[in-house]
Design a protein around this ligand. Structure first.
Ligand code: PXP
Length: 236
């Protein structure tokens, strides 16, 4: 069965809504690890809409499992990664106007730039994962960059409406995993995974780690709300 990487960006999103100090993603990370998280994922976006530079530096000091830094393949982010030294980096496409990452990298079109990013990071002993759709041409291009891992984009699977679409997207991901393994890549997956749709993905042979954020943080708000209200009520 795959390990679980908990994405803590959404905790920072709530904090940034008020530009205050709570909830602190560092505290959330300690609790996630107590709960059994095998790794912590944080996306430092160019626009700093949720995770801040301070978070990444503190996470590096406090994460006891492994820290996966998600980022765009820009000179600024590569410099930060080389300085902070996460356990691995996941390169993702980033568009300013998007609500969240909308799809995999186009490794076919962006091959040279991505190869150079992979070389700089892996040359400094930071393994790189490329977030891609499970398409043969993208997987071949990913392998050609020398990246150690791919993270298969599960967003289309998560958005499937009918049982037939769901089966089809699952088959694409299973086939993509087998292909990536054949190409010598290690395979993670993520985006849009929930308590309802995760198990078929977790059963794909060779799947190493699933990165899950929104659904876990959403559930945390609901399972924690009753206690939080009781604690405030006790103060009144
Ligand atoms: N993997 C990647 C590459 C992502 O960009 C995200 C979202 O930040 C995730 C996994 C987690 O997605 P979700 O929050 O939908 O679980």
């Amino acid at each position: 069965m795959p390990t679980l990487g908990v994405n803590i960006d959404h905790v920072a999103t709530v904090r940034q809504a008020r530009r205050t100090v709570e909830p602190d993603p560092i505290a959330a990370t300690v609790l996630a690890e107590l709960g059994g998280a095998d790794g912590i994922t944080a996306h430092l976006r160019e626009d700093r809409r949720h995770i801040q530079d301070r978070d990444i530096r503190l996470l590096r000091q406090t994460v006891r499992t492994h820290l996966n830094l998600e980022m765009a393949a820009t000179a600024e982010m590569i410099a930060i990664a080389l300085d902070v030294r996460p356990d691995y980096v996941t390169l993702v496409p980033e568009r300013r106007e998007e609500v969240t990452t909308e799809g995999g990298l186009d490794v076919v079109a962006g091959g040279d730039r991505l190869r150079s990013a992979v070389e700089q990071l892996q040359g400094a002993s930071i393994p790189v994962s490329l977030f891609v759709d499970a398409e043969a041409k993208q997987l071949q291009a990913a392998a050609a960059t020398g990246a150690r891992f791919v993270e298969l984009h599960t967003g289309t699977y998560a958005n499937a409406r009918t049982a037939a679409e769901h089966r089809q997207e699952l088959a694409i991901l299973a086939e993509g995993t087998a292909r990536a393994l054949d190409l010598g890549l290690r395979v993670n997956a993520g985006h849009g995974l929930t308590y309802w749709n995760v198990q078929p993905i977790a059963r794909i042979p060779g799947m190493e780690e699933l990165n899950i954020g929104h659904s876990i943080i959403s559930r945390a708000v609901l399972v924690g709300l009753e206690r939080a209200v009781r604690e405030m009520k006790a103060l009144l």
